[in-house]
Write a protein that binds this ligand. Structure first.
Ligand SMILES: [Zn+2]
Length: 192
């Protein structure tokens, strides 16, 4: 039956093409896994904004989650990381940030990462120097921060930090004055 034979031939060809495509994809994914393993292997620890990270670990086009198994590259900016993850379905390269961007940029317009700004504020606030801070980070197997990455947010946020400190001093003076007045009126009342 020539008609059936033709149909069967078409069916077999279709299955064969599908299988070839499938195995080609598996081979590509396998190659990625083998290629990308070293990126994970030498990684250590990171500080991750979980909510932001979970939102970005998704391929909108394929509607599938991304996997760090297909991490292709990492660019570190102090405590922040910019990850490049390959979608295992469409093989598109996706950018995933570990930290949100701060509303302010550097003077020459480069992005500032929230985690680095927070680290800069924490150092000023606690009186910990840059070198000591790096020692703590290094002991915890976290990435260390270059002095410029700490100093730039400090400079950018310096006026705001001073303003907050001044306001806090003014509040403390007012509170102390209030307490002294109350104490004095109580003492005065007792004398009467
Ligand atoms: Zn995809």
């Amino acid at each position: 039956m020539p008609f059936m034979k033709k149909k069967e031939k078409e069916r077999r060809l279709k299955v064969s093409t599908k299988m070839t495509e499938k195995w080609a994809k598996v081979r590509t994914v396998k190659a990625f896994k083998e290629e990308l393993t070293p990126v994970i292997a030498e990684s250590g620890r990171r500080v991750i904004d979980l909510q932001l990270f979970a939102r970005q670990m998704w391929c909108e086009e394929c509607d599938v989650p991304l996997s760090l198994r297909f991490l292709e590259e990492e660019r570190r900016i102090g405590l922040a990381s910019k990850f490049f993850v390959r979608c295992h379905q469409c093989l598109a390269r996706k950018e995933v940030l570990s930290s949100a961007l701060a509303p302010r940029t550097t003077e020459d317009g480069r992005a500032l990462y929230a985690i680095n700004c927070k680290a800069a504020i924490a150092c000023v606030d606690s009186g910990v120097g840059h070198e000591q801070f790096n020692k703590v980070l290094s002991a915890m197997n976290l990435p260390t921060i270059h002095a410029n990455t700490i100093v730039t947010p400090e400079r950018r946020m310096g006026p705001s930090i001073v303003e907050v400190a001044e306001q806090s001093c003014r509040d403390a003076i007012l509170e102390e004055r209030e307490l002294t007045l109350r104490k004095s009126s109580r003492t005065h009342g007792q004398r009467l």
